[in-house]
Design a protein around this ligand. Structure first.
Ligand code: SF4
Length: 488
């Protein structure tokens, strides 16, 4: 017999297995023994997946020329050995199962998530696969039951923002270090870092970039004024099927998704005004309600664009009414300017632009991490360097996150006139203002809300991730329609 090498592999069957122990079974036979931490099932038998693993071990040992007549599993919790018969029927069963598994794996369309399965609660993929959430979205809202608690209501890791000009960012002993003139300014454990965002004249060492990318931590570069200029991330997302489905989405499907996103955005804008405007909303509320309905029925992307533009003009005309007496910043210029972008012309526009940049940055990272191409949009047309899909998904979150942060920093007096600088007809945030906004923005993302569709608590950071996965389920055909994140 050849000496045993673990892992055992069989290119013919497309299988590999590790062996914990192989015992002499007598009469020239061997017995693979697998160690498990847990316990057998209620009947004292091996769990189906454990049994399959033992059968794969037996199959590969037989391929190597060993005689195997049974296998065993040692369950440490109950200190029990469980016998697994290795006869012709069992070998046929595992061969058929492996062939079926390969057929599923090579099918370009992944099987849909399980329905109401007890397996999901114990599955490590449940927060990615979202089987209960997708099932809930297929059920009419009135018949939906609140879902169980979300396994990971809050995402681990936080972004690190480096705004100190001249600073250097590097990695040493599994810690991210920020230095200025050689002096250590800040240090973070890498396991606590989800992204590194650098503004202006900040250097990230080559070794630091490599260490960050190897841990799937993207590095994002912004201009000093807060313009999102680019990002570096590890290898592209492995979910190539999702990208194929994204590119193949028909024009009708793209328009339908865009209709729902824009309608959701208009409804969230209306809710925002209803909650925060000091004066009576009057006709604006009714007009926005009507525009949200029209958005759902738009015949073409151009018509949808027109509806979105009208709603935005109405909404921003009323926006200053939400700025309270606590604000130290004069927002009266915004009344005359309206929404201005490049450059923003007044402090309120500067705040809005910066918060939208942060939102699009996070959605770019989220979509890319899931496997989407963030540059290929449904509503925003692809254009060189524009993360169109992130801009699409940002629509429904603008009022909920970006504009909410703007109102918070103004109404709580977290920014004042000195936090802005006017130059060449534009207005930009000073470093102190950016820091205040970044703090408020991160606070908002950490805020837990009751999810309007699923009834459980989740942070906004997590809600954005869920929403991107729902979009993925729609383009993959697991869901018939996209449901925007709309608060009541
Ligand atoms: S969570 Fe998804 S992958 Fe895990 S068992 Fe359920 S359906 Fe399967």
């Amino acid at each position: 017999m050849p000496p045993l090498v673990s892992p055992l592999t069989s290119p013919r069957l497309g299988l590999a297995t590790r062996l914990d122990l192989v015992e002499d079974g007598g009469d020239g036979t061997v017995v693979p023994v697998d160690y498990k931490k847990g316990h057998p099932n209620r009947d004292g038998r091996a769990w189906p997946s454990d049994r399959m693993q033992s059968l794969v071990q037996a199959l590969l040992l037989r391929e190597e020329g060993y005689a195997v007549e049974w296998a065993e599993i040692w369950y440490a919790e109950t200190r029990q050995r469980v016998h697994i018969a290795v006869d012709d029927a069992a070998m046929q069963e595992i061969t058929d199962t492996v062939a079926r598994a390969w057929r599923v794996a090579s099918d370009p369309v992944a099987p849909p998530p399980l329905r109401d399965s007890p397996k999901c609660a114990r599955c490590s993929l449940v927060g990615i696969c979202l089987p209960d959430e997708l099932e809930a979205l297929k059920t009419p809202p009135r018949q939906r039951r609140p879902l169980k608690r979300l396994m990971a209501p809050v995402l681990e890791g936080r972004p690190v923002y480096v705004t100190l000009q001249g600073a250097t960012v590097g990695v040493r002993s599994d810690r991210l270090e920020v230095r200025s003139s050689g002096e250590l300014q800040a240090s973070y454990r890498l396991i606590d870092v989800s992204q590194v965002c650098v503004f202006g004249n900040v250097t990230v060492s080559a070794q630091g970039v490599r260490a960050l990318l190897s841990r799937d931590i993207p590095v994002l570069w912004f201009s000093y004024g807060g313009w999102f200029s680019g990002m570096a991330e590890g290898l592209p997302g492995k979910n190539v099927d999702l990208r194929i489905a994204q590119f193949r989405a028909s024009e009708e499907q793209q328009l339908e998704i865009a209709r729902r996103m824009i309608s959701g955005k208009i409804r969230n804008s209306r809710t925002m005004l209803r909650r925060n405007a000091r004066a009576e909303l009057g006709r604006v509320g009714d007009q926005l309600k009507e525009l949200a309905i029209q958005a759902r029925q738009a015949d073409s992307p151009q018509q949808l664009l027109g509806i979105e533009g009208t709603a935005a003009r109405l909404y921003f005309a009323s926006f200053p009414a939400m700025v309270g007496k606590g604000s130290r910043v004069d927002v009266s210029d915004f009344q005359g300017n309206g929404r201005t972008r490049r450059p923003p012309k007044d402090p309120l526009n500067a705040l809005l632009s910066f918060c939208y940049t942060l939102l699009v940055k996070d959605l770019t990272v989220t979509l890319s991490g899931i496997g989407f191409d963030p540059y290929y949009g449904m509503f925003h047309r692809p254009r060189f360097g524009r993360p169109a899909l992130a801009l699409d998904l940002a629509e429904e979150f603008r009022p909920l996150i970006a504009e909410s942060v703007v109102l918070q920093v103004l109404n709580n007096g977290e920014v004042g006139p000195r936090d802005f600088r006017s130059r060449a007809g534009g207005c930009m945030l000073e470093a102190s203002g950016r820091k205040a906004v970044l703090r408020a923005y991160e606070r908002r993302l950490d805020q837990e809300i009751t999810h309007p569709q699923f009834g459980y608590k989740a942070s906004y950071r997590r809600v954005m991730d869920i929403q991107a996965r729902v979009l993925g389920a729609v383009v993959l055909g697991e869901l018939d329609e996209y449901t925007a994140m709309v608060t009541r």
